[in-house]
Design a protein around this ligand. Structure first.
Ligand code: GDP
Ligand code: MG
Length: 371
């Protein structure tokens, strides 16, 4: 997705002023790129309308070129689409906080319960894992192994007891042992069916969870969105966790789920290890999708640190050749305000950290020049 979007923007570069036609052409390509990335059709349509409306006829900020301005709007709207800011867990005022995990088989539920337990532990919380998947062979064992790895207790009643009773007993057990979070791992099916939904509804009713977290596989794109829509309709989920984001190159699920379900993506799984959990940040996901490094932070940073008036005066002096050593020194200092050169270089698109690996920028060189 990101290379397609960059193509669309490239055509805008070098344009002095954007006409309605320029914006229209660019938006046609953005639209195709989004559809190819498996973003929901209605979401794409609304998105393109909003961006076009904001791009045409609006005054272009002086500090940005028209192309940068369109990129800025696309970025802002991508962030909005994914929920603007990150979403926290719903914490119960009366512990324990109960989190129920639901989702299709293989989506990554069980792994994610372990990841979340580790995350909570790192934040000085005391989680308890509850094994309520009694159908999949070895599902209980899998959770026990995970619990062992991260030293988190796992509650189980074997596979002869109903998931509803296990969930209820699990919550009671959490109170007994003083756990402040209960994370319930449930069974999934390969496809959504009534029986599964009824069972999950019964568990929900029995324990009244603070969060019902739907786990979906990001790599399944539009299917993940359909699954989310159906689970939400039956269970009124409170949040989504996208797993396997490490293998997702298109971003279609991440972009559509919030808009289609109205429910926030709270976390993302980015690998098979238990530490591979990230809080989902819409702004970071948007820049990842745009594939431009942190070009926008770079623009913002430049705007913040460079005093515009001073820059103008400098320019005048340069043109009239009255540029003194003092002026040179002050320009160096402006540059330093933006932070270490190495960090700034990292924000330049195409210059990823891998390529910057052995490049050491010697800040002392600057200091020496200043003296
Ligand atoms: P469940 O059936 O929903 O409980 O799914 P599991 O937790 O058993 O996970 C199914 C498979 O997906 C396992 O092989 C996991 O290692 C793998 N998996 C889970 N989360 C991730 C992730 O974020 N990235 C990758 N690459 N693999 C994952
Ligand atoms: Mg499982």
């Amino acid at each position: 997705l990101s290379s397609k979007l960059q193509e669309a923007f490239k055509k805008l570069k070098g344009k002095g002023k954007l006409t309605e036609k320029d914006v229209k052409d660019a938006m046609r390509e953005v639209k195709l790129a989004l559809l190819e990335a498996d973003v929901n059709y209605k979401v794409v349509k609304d998105f393109i309308n909003t961006v076009s409306e904001r791009s045409v006829g609006q005054e272009v900020m002086e500090s940005l070129t028209p192309a940068q301005h369109v990129i800025k709007i696309v970025n802002e709207e991508l962030v909005t689409l994914m929920g603007k800011t990150e979403s926290k867990l719903n914490v119960s005022s009366m512990p324990p906080t109960i989190i129920m995990f639901v989702g299709l088989q293989g989506a990554g539920k069980t792994t994610m319960t372990g990841k979340l337990a580790l995350y909570l532990k790192k934040h000085n919380k005391k989680p308890l894992l509850v094994a309520a998947d009694v159908y999949r062979p070895a599902a209980i064992k899998q959770l026990q192994v995970l619990g062992n790895q991260i030293d988190v207790p796992v509650f189980s009643l074997g596979d002869k007891v109903s998931p509803v009773d296990i969930a209820k007993a699990g919550v009671e057990n959490a109170k007994k042992i003083g756990a402040d979070y209960v994370i319930i791992d449930t069974a999934g099916r390969l496809h959504i069916d009534e029986q599964l939904m009824d069972e999950l509804k019964n568990i929900k009713e029995a324990i009244n969870p603070n969060d019902i977290m739907l786990v979906v596989d990001a790599m399944t794109g539009q299917d993940a969105v359909n699954v989310a829509e159906q689970f939400n309709a039956s269970l009124d989920i409170t949040g989504v966790i996208l797993t396997k984001l490490d293998g997702d190159t298109r971003g279609g699920a991440a972009l559509s789920i919030r808009a289609v379900t109205g429910k926030p993506i709270k976390f993302a799984g980015v690998g098979e290890k238990l530490s591979d959990l990230e809080v989902f940040h819409p702004d970071r996901m948007a820049s990842r999708i745009l594939g431009m490094g942190d070009i926008l932070s770079l623009i913002e940073k430049a705007q913040e640190s460079i005093d515009e008036k001073q820059a103008l005066e400098m320019q005048k002096k340069l043109m009239t050749q009255q540029f003194t050593l003092d002026d040179f020194l002050s320009q160096m200092q402006q540059m330093k305000k933006m932070g270490p050169l190495k960090d700034i270089l990292k924000m330049v698109p195409g210059l990823d950290s891998a390529k910057l690996g052995d490049l050491e920028v010697d800040e002392r060189e600057i200091a020496r020049t200043e003296q």
